[in-house]
Write a protein that binds this ligand. Structure first.
Ligand SMILES: [Zn+2]
Length: 286
């Protein structure tokens, strides 16, 4: 708005003279009122990136990239009981760097099937407790959860929220294929559900950026700009960092594509959020 007034003020004097005073007053008053009722422009606009599964060495190798862009992200770890001593050292270092360690299940099970076949108690004893206990022993207490395989039910969500998780992350996909043929392709900027509006929502969807989802650089840049324009945080996630095309059933994202995202986040001056920070963050009105 200030910019608008400045531009308007820089108009030649004869233009101002020709405009009726009441009209000028109306415009200024209207502009001031608009500013008071609107959220502060892009004050909270940001990006929350997360990574799933157990690719600790590969995630650790991304440290220089994260440092280059002052990026903080969330690692949703599964099968923590399999952590080696070296991996524990790396996970702890990532945490010290300011990244968040979230939880992605003890056995990476299918919540719907586990709850159906074994019931609530067994689900808790199989999927939640052992992994959380193991992480607690190494000083990690996750407060965010990503559903293994993007599978969950309302019942699973209530159990997880009752266990104290602040936010539960599900999967959103820009493109889906059936027998190798794309059934749909959304431009990410129209997927309103991948934007966090800072309303304390605890159940969210993040857009998968893995290879095969066919999101172009242009599309992702426009998607980040939308976060800036709407003062929201865009949520993205991937699996294994890859330096070449996936092979032998690998599922992961291109590190070059990740750098495009980090670079654009800097250009757009987006804040980096870890997943647990999203529901904690409040939007301020001017
Ligand atoms: Zn997973």
């Amino acid at each position: 708005m200030i910019k608008k007034l400045k531009n308007w003020g820089s108009k030649p004097c004869h233009w101002v003279k020709g405009v009726p005073t009441f009209y000028v007053l109306f415009l200024v008053t209207f502009s001031l009122l608009s500013c008071q009722t609107k959220p502060a422009d892009s004050e909270k606009a940001g990006i929350a990136i997360s990574f799933d599964d157990h690719f600790i060495d590969d995630w650790y190798a991304l440290r220089p990239l994260f440092q280059k862009y002052n990026a903080r992200v969330t690692f949703f770890l599964t099968c923590p009981v399999l952590l080696t001593t070296e991996e524990i050292v790396k996970i702890k270092q990532l945490q010290r760097d300011g990244h968040e360690i979230g939880f992605h299940g003890t056995i990476h099970g299918n919540a719907t099937e586990l709850l159906k076949s074994d019931g609530v108690q067994k689900y808790i004893e199989t999927e939640l407790e052992p992994g959380l206990k193991h992480l607690a022993q190494i000083g990690i207490k996750p407060t965010s959860y990503a559903h293994p395989g993007g599978n969950h039910t309302d019942q699973a969500d209530s159990i997880l929220l009752a266990h104290g998780f602040k936010i539960l992350r599900d999967v959103a996909q820009a493109e889906r294929k059936l027998f190798g043929i794309p059934v749909y392709h959304f431009e990410p900027r129209v997927m309103s559900w991948i934007y966090y509006p800072f309303n304390k929502r605890k159940i969210v969807d993040a857009l998968m950026i893995d290879e095969g989802t066919n999101i172009s650089e242009k599309e992702i840049k426009e998607a980040l700009k939308k976060a800036k324009d709407t003062n929201t945080a865009i949520m993205l996630f991937g699996h294994q960092p890859l330096h070449e095309k996936p092979k032998n059933g690998q599922y992961g994202f291109s590190v070059t594509f990740l750098e495009t995202i980090l670079k654009e986040a800097k250009v757009q001056n987006l804040k980096f959020y870890t997943m647990s920070e999203l529901p904690d963050s409040k939007i301020k009105l001017q």
